[in-house]
Design a protein around this ligand. Structure first.
Ligand code: ZN
Ligand code: CU
Length: 528
């Protein structure tokens, strides 16, 4: 009689490849799936009854900002409870390695929030810290382009010298050697936005021998969306690397519908043999630092200079003038920008800029300056800038995968701060419950493939993303009738419904909807 450590019995199995569900048992031994089929004659140390439930590969969140979340709470609550078994960080230009120069100072400022020092420099050392700390999910990361630039040239608003470019290349190559997934840019954020296309191409070339991936928060997702997609494609094409367009969307009412054109650009590139994909979170609001509404020169030279400028009436006047020429509220309007995280003045969280301006009898721009100043340059904000039709269009596109664009949080403890975007707790269950079950935008098997095998292939995560004998036992068991997000914009710290069991490397982390506290996650080093 066959013996397993764990059998998940009588569920409907979706293997992750896009194949429809079929009735089967899943037998697990150690950290691997050993058998899928009728295991009626087999025994196991532990059995899970999955009758009436769906069994799928653990979800892979391709776009996260959980770079330091495990040090605040290794249980990774908001993520593992969505069924996410692998977390991908280092996105939008910022990673927690290598930490040199200004990059170290920025990391220290971030980590101060949880009372932790960045006591590492290289990616290899950072990975060791994570392993020593423990983590509930598997974890892999990109190297951030902004981080490389900070390491070598701080917040200088200029092109690198040949020597500086060489240093960045060397640091990136070292990161790839130590297991990074590739390079991620944030071309709207300082200092990444100070780079021209050629600089990024030069860096991306470094990854080609490692088959690294170029992920990008593009230069513009609003009026210059199409030029930005063209830039991303050009970078991939000239550097000879695959491209991942992060959180694809069209921002601002006058740009709604343009995702049809951007997806066509992607299709054209694909037909020429350029490997381009995108990812998406299922919401009509985005979230980032409130500072993105200000012109880039305000950030030149680093945080101290930023704070001095924020306090300078002359700078405020110049920006106010600039606002006449460009719409600083990024197509959301001041009533469409909600404060999510204001560490030094939490009373503003959950209110819009327009509401605060009204109550304080200030103009909206003054509110922005004051909030940023009070909070040492960082204020988390939510921008209602997209439309539902575009969300569906991007979701249907076969080369779109799902990524939450969020950091692991918890409703308690060190990671319980702020009113984060509900995608933090809801992304994957929302796609399943709302867009599959309720609106039928995708079938179950299509949605699951966008959360598993398609993502694993893109990231070169070997042995993950499918339920298949010999693969790692990363598994989620959920109830198709009840799975749904529960986090809202005003009350975001809420776990989703319907995620019953989550298994990571053969170990049960979520058991009947509750966290067992075990930390079986591993650092994955696909590039090494
Ligand atoms: Zn981004
Ligand atoms: Cu991001």
């Amino acid at each position: 009689m066959a013996e397993f450590d764990l059998i998940i019995r009588s569920g409907t199995v979706f293997d992750g490849t896009g194949r429809p569900g079929f009735p089967a048992d899943v037998g697990i031994k150690g950290d691997r799936i050993e058998a899928i089929g009728n295991l009626a004659g087999a025994v196991a140390a532990r059995e899970i009854d999955a009758a009436g439930l769906y069994v799928a590969p653990g979800f892979i969140d391709i776009h996260t900002h959980s770079d330091w979340a495990m040090f605040g709470n290794p249980r990774m609550e908001s993520k593992i409870r969505q069924g996410i078994t692998t977390e991908i960080a280092g996105n939008c230009g910022t990673s927690l390695a290598p930490l040199i120069g200004t990059a170290r100072e920025s990391a220290a400022r971030t980590l101060a929030r949880i009372g932790r020092d960045p006591d590492w420099t290289t990616l290899a050392e950072y990975f060791e810290r994570i392993e020593a700390n423990g983590i509930a999910q598997n974890y892999a990361t990109f190297i951030g382009h902004g981080t490389l630039r900070q390491a070598v040239m701080g917040f200088e608003m200029r092109p690198p010298t040949p020597d500086e470019l060489d240093q960045m290349k060397r640091l990136l190559a070292e990161g790839m050697e130590q297991g990074a997934l590739g390079l991620a840019t944030g071309l709207i954020y300082p200092p990444g936005c100070y780079a021209d296309t050629e600089e990024v191409i030069e860096l991306a070339r470094v990854m080609a021998p490692y088959d690294g991936l170029y992920a990008t928060h593009m230069r513009n997702e609003a009026d210059r969306l199409l030029e930005s997609v063209a830039e991303a494609i050009r970078i991939g094409e000239e550097a000879g690397v695959p491209v991942q367009i992060s959180h694809h969307k069209a921002v601002g009412r006058r740009n709604w519908g343009r995702v049809n054109d951007s997806l066509e650009l992607i299709e054209k590139a694909r037909s020429r043999g350029v490997r381009v994909d995108c990812d998406q979170y299922p919401y009509i609001a985005s979230s980032t630092n409130l500072g993105v509404v200000l012109p880039r020169w305000v950030f030149e030279g680093g945080n101290d200079k930023l704070l001095a400028r924020l306090a300078d009436p002359e700078v405020r006047r110049r920006v106010a003038e600039y606002e006449n020429a460009e719409n600083l509220s990024r197509g959301a309007g001041w009533d469409g920008i909600l404060i999510a995280d204001s560490p030094w003045a939490p009373e503003y969280e959950g209110r819009t800029i327009a509401q605060i301006a009204d109550a304080d009898r200030q103009d909206p721009l003054t509110v922005v300056f004051d909030l940023l100043l009070t909070n040492n340059g960082y204020v988390g904000a939510i921008f209602f800038g997209m439309c539902e039709d575009d969300v569906r269009t991007v979701m249907r596109y076969p080369h779109t995968v799902i990524g939450s664009d969020s950091s692991a949080r918890a409703p308690y403890g060190l990671m319980g701060f702020g009113k984060p975007h509900p995608r933090t707790y809801g992304t994957f269950p929302r796609v399943l419950g709302r867009y599959v079950r309720e609106e039928k935008v995708l079938t179950w098997e299509e949605a699951i493939a966008k959360m598993t095998s398609k993502t694993a292939r893109k990231l070169r995560l070997r042995g993950r993303g499918e339920l298949r004998p010999g693969y790692f036992a990363d598994v989620v068991v959920f109830d198709p009738n009840s799975v749904i997000d529960r986090a809202t914009f005003t009350d975001p710290h809420q776990y989703p419904a319907g995620i019953e069991y989550v298994v990571v490397n053969g170990v049960v982390v979520i058991d009947r909807g509750e966290h067992t506290g075990v930390l079986p996650g591993r650092v994955l080093r696909p590039g090494a």
